[in-house]
Design a protein around this ligand. Structure first.
Ligand code: ZN
Length: 344
């Protein structure tokens, strides 16, 4: 049987239930502690899976329900990083955030996400995707008071991420995605060391590997930044040729409501393309027809068996009902185009 066309998936995160963390807030603190918190994270993960399945999403994530943030949620499990003395730093050359510091050799005392993946694998029969922060984005989300060398630090993180990724693959993950929004900010560094660090993180994996490159969550700092990028956003033009030559299988990118010229997708020949057909910067829910329109437009530049309708970015800062509506719209829009292709 041939592969089903236009399989839907999300960038990664979903909003958390109100009993787990405050809604519509990035880095929202947990509302529970100890075993109650661990139980609540698992319950939230089950709901995130169910919401995706019911909406008709094909490749399922855990909605990142066990992490407060996609970067620090990983880092807080490592050694050599001080979370007691946070430093205010400008990240992504865009907004200030309180970030942890590297104060010694970084090490991973134990697997971080194995339990999360075991739960995800046990709770759904769908293919599953697991997201990890990419090395360059990690380096851009902390203060380095130890290595004092971004490239070396990125390679250290790549080594640790690769161990993690190999373990998660062995637990049955179908796709491992590295989130690299920093690739849209430091385009020259992507070429000089970012892509090497990413390939090291993905080294030896036999499951599908993906990289997610976006223009960020729908927070005000990002909305303001986008206004400065001019009538056409051409950041991908520099990075896509580099990624096209890499071993990474899939690229998740931002399309709907963005000013990214869609022909840039043509630079990703030979790769699967996760087309952002859902805008995470607005609470307005797309109609299925709007989603279908974005997919059709992208089909001008990528073959249908390589196109995966997706969200522009994570949906964690959105109200839960909005995110659920967007999941349904994504699946319904893909169904429309599948029918048109005679694959419905
Ligand atoms: Zn993103």
């Amino acid at each position: 049987m041939s592969k089903p066309l236009l399989q839907t998936t999300i960038a990664g995160s979903l909003p958390k239930p109100a009993w787990l963390a405050q809604a519509t807030q990035l880095w929202a603190p947990w509302l529970l502690e100890g075993t109650s918190l661990a139980d609540a994270k698992r319950d939230a993960t089950r709901l995130a899976i169910l919401d995706q399945e019911r909406a008709g999403i094909d490749i399922i994530t855990d909605g990142e329900q066990s992490r407060r943030h996609f970067v620090t949620g990983y880092l807080e499990h490592l050694k050599g990083i001080d979370f007691e003395h946070l430093v205010t730093m400008r990240i992504r050359q865009r907004y200030e955030a309180k970030v942890p510091q590297v104060v010694g050799p970084i090490a991973r005392p134990r697997p971080v996400h194995s339990d999360d993946v075991c739960l995800l694998r046990a709770e759904t029969d769908h293919p599953i995707k697991y997201t990890l922060p990419g090395p360059m984005t990690i380096v851009d989300t902390l203060h380095d008071a130890y290595y004092k060398d971004r490239t070396r630090l990125a390679m250290e993180f790549a080594r640790i991420l690769n161990q993690e990724a190999r373990e998660l693959e062995a637990l049955g993950v179908n796709v491992i995605q590295f989130d690299e929004p920093a690739f849209n900010v430091y385009m020259d560094e992507v070429r000089s060391w970012g892509i090497e660090a990413l390939e090291r993180a993905a080294d030896g994996l036999k499951c599908k590997t993906a990289v997610h490159i976006c223009y960020g969550y729908g927070i005000q700092a990002n909305i303001d930044w986008k206004k400065t990028l001019g009538p056409q956003w051409r950041q991908y033009e520099k990075t896509f040729p580099v990624i096209a030559r890499s071993k990474i299988d899939q690229v998740s990118l931002e399309c709907h409501n963005s000013k990214v010229p869609l022909e840039l997708i043509g630079l990703l020949k030979g790769k699967d393309v996760l087309v952002g057909a859902i805008d995470v910067a607005t609470e307005r829910i797309e109609t299925p027809e709007e989603v279908a329109r974005t997919i059709r437009a992208a089909l001008e530049f990528v073959a249908p068996d390589r196109l995966y309708p997706c969200t522009n970015c994570g949906m964690v800062p959105l109200p839960r009902a909005v995110a659920l509506g967007k999941l349904k719209a994504l699946a319904a829009g893909a169904r429309i185009v599948r029918k048109e292709l005679g694959a419905g």
